[in-house]
Design a protein around this ligand. Structure first.
Ligand code: AMP
Length: 169
């Protein structure tokens, strides 16, 4: 169901990468509905208090899911974007490093966090996001992705936490 709405774009953003374009999924009401209700079905909403999404495609699915299940939403952003006090975490990329940030009070009053992103590749981004949430006192309960690149060991980088994906390629 989800698969038919994912467009493969070779060599984007650089040679050798097969980019999984989720814009056709967002564009079609049936696709968007399948993604949001699929994410809602993977983890029991009574097991978490709030949804956390990673910039920027994690914002789209995370916020839609949060609204669907009647919860709030926490953004994890690229450096320098969040206006209040932040915690930050850097992680290794193939070449160089990247950094993500969260507001230090993001989990106050809503401790159990469902982590959401569009795609799990190497797991570096989500592993850093898990560290951030834990550092500010939150408890991540599970990670949910729309797509998982099954040929990469992304899951292994996330430790013991349950990991769910709607589509494994
Ligand atoms: P990683 O940290 O390697 O798990 O990469 C995850 C992040 O990079 C996610 O936020 C994805 O949106 C993005 N990403 C990595 N690989 C791809 C890909 N092949 N197609 C689309 N997005 C990707």
């Amino acid at each position: 169901m989800i698969e038919q709405y994912i467009r493969d774009v070779p060599d984007f953003p650089k040679p050798g990468i097969l980019f999984k374009d989720i814009t056709p999924l967002l564009q079609d009401p049936k696709g968007l509905e399948a993604a949001v209700s699929g994410l809602a079905a993977t983890v029991d909403p009574s097991s978490y208090d709030i949804v956390c999404g990673i910039e920027s495609r994690g914002f789209i699915f995370g916020t839609a899911l949060a609204h669907h299940v009647g919860k709030g939403f926490i953004p994890i952003r690229k450096p320098g974007k969040l206006p209040w006090k932040t915690a930050s975490e850097s992680y290794e990329l193939e070449y160089g490093t990247d950094t993500i940030e969260i507001h230090i009070d993001a989990t106050e009053g809503a401790n159990r966090v469902l982590m959401v992103d569009d795609l799990l590749a190497t797991g570096g981004t989500m592993a850093a996001a898990l560290k951030l949430v834990r550092r500010i006192g939150g408890t991540p309960v599970a990670c949910s992705f729309v797509i998982e690149l099954g040929f990469l060991p992304g899951r292994e980088k996330l430790g013991d936490i349950p990991v769910h994906s709607l589509l494994t390629v």
